[in-house]
Design a protein around this ligand. Structure first.
Ligand code: KG4
Ligand code: ZN
Length: 352
């Protein structure tokens, strides 16, 4: 089974062909990506209109390249998958419409993929792990702990009540005058800083449940930076190291709580899976690996190119759905919001 996947929900245009392999996982035959970081950098964040236009400009070339690198023609595919949300609506419409048009022209099944589900299932592409597992999804837009019970079957154990982890990294970078995107910059600075110089708060630590809150930590960083201004290079490094240490402590504490809830509900998870751009952070990876070692838990961290937004994860989610007969009509509409666990979302918004 070979599926083309298209991703345009945020600031990367991506297209990939993935083939189901005999050992249970998948083979990535091509994985084309074009980042728009340079176009958004001047604004310190993603500008939706610029993103949508940039997707339009490159999507056809990118898909063509994904097919030719895979050595395939449209007719060789078993299906076309496109991310249908959640994300910036203008961009989502570009990839979704392009995917539908290809499926229609080639007379292939179409699969509308939830971007979050694609992140959640990537560990099965790379490591062929079994359900159920505990997922930590940490990106610029999302921070969630999810019990992944099967394709289309997710229970959210925790989420952030304010900023996403990647967003907190980006905002801290911005207030320290570091370029966008801030996560890698903060990590680089932290490498030469003193994580104990500032004792920043660890919001939610030891609180029941597995929710996150990061805005208090971000404010504490801002107040400290203002207090000791003007900042010397050593100060920036120490602030980054102390901030990152606080984030690591919060993440480990929240996972500990989520794991307890998981074990009560589902028994033992097959693994702890980490996905999303923040999973590229070395300090977080090391802490997770220590935690999993102590808890006797398998840790699965897909390689960074498959942790950040990419087309292969969309293609793989397409394969997972297609083999269960879960295809979609060409009238499937783009969804700016599309929670994995709709019940948890309603409870969280106080609407249940
Ligand atoms: O998954 P992703 O590529 O895009 C979405 O947000 O969906 O994640 C990007 C986020 C940004 O907030 C970026 O600052 C953060 O991931 N990030 C990092 C690191 N690399 C990327 N955060 C901390 N440390 C890193 N090394
Ligand atoms: Zn993402």
């Amino acid at each position: 089974m070979r599926v083309l996947g298209i991703e345009t929900t945020c600031d990367e245009t991506a297209a990939s062909v993935v083939r189901m392999s005999g050992r249970g996982g998948g083979d990535v035959l091509s994985n084309e990506i074009m980042s728009q970081i340079a176009e958004h950098a001047a604004y310190g964040g993603v500008v939706p209109e610029i993103a949508a236009r940039a997707h339009v400009e490159v999507i056809d070339r990118l898909v063509e390249r994904a097919l030719s690198r895979a050595g395939l023609r449209l007719a060789d595919l078993d299906g076309v998958a496109a991310a249908a949300g959640p994300g910036l609506i203008g961009g989502v419409i570009v990839g979704l419409t392009f995917g539908k048009a290809l499926a229609l022209a080639a007379q292939k099944p179409f699969i509308a993929v939830n971007h979050l589900e694609a992140h959640a299932l990537t560990a099965r592409l790379t490591d062929a792990i079994e359900f159920p597992y505990l997922l930590l999804l940490v990106s610029g837009g999302h921070t969630q702990l999810i019990s992944v019970r099967g394709v289309g079957d997710y229970r959210r154990l925790g989420t952030t009540i304010d900023d996403a982890v990647g967003e907190a990294f980006d905002k801290v970078a911005k207030m320290l005058g570091l370029p966008y995107p801030g996560g890698p910059q903060v990590e680089m600075q932290a490498a030469s800083g003193d994580p104990q110089r500032f004792s920043f708060p660890r919001p939610m630590l030891r609180r029941p449940g597995a929710d996150f809150s990061l805005s208090g930590l971000k404010t504490a960083v801002r107040l400290e930076a203002e207090r000791i201004a003007p900042l010397r290079p050593g100060d920036v490094a120490d602030i980054c190291a102390s901030f990152q240490a606080a984030v690591v402590d919060v993440i480990i504490d929240r996972i500990r709580h989520a794991l307890k809830a998981f074990r009560q509900q589902e028994g033992d998870p097959s693994a702890l899976v980490v996905a999303g751009g923040v999973a590229a952070n070395g300090a977080i990876r090391r802490a997770l690996s220590r935690f999993c070692g102590e808890s006797g838990l398998l840790l699965v961290t897909p390689p960074p190119v498959l942790c950040t937004d990419n087309g292969a994860m969309i293609a793989w989610a397409g394969i997972e759905r297609l083999r269960l007969g879960l295809t979609d009509g060409l009238d499937f509409a783009a969804r700016p919001r599309w929670p994995l666990d709709a019940d948890a979302e309603r409870v969280h918004n106080g609407k249940a």
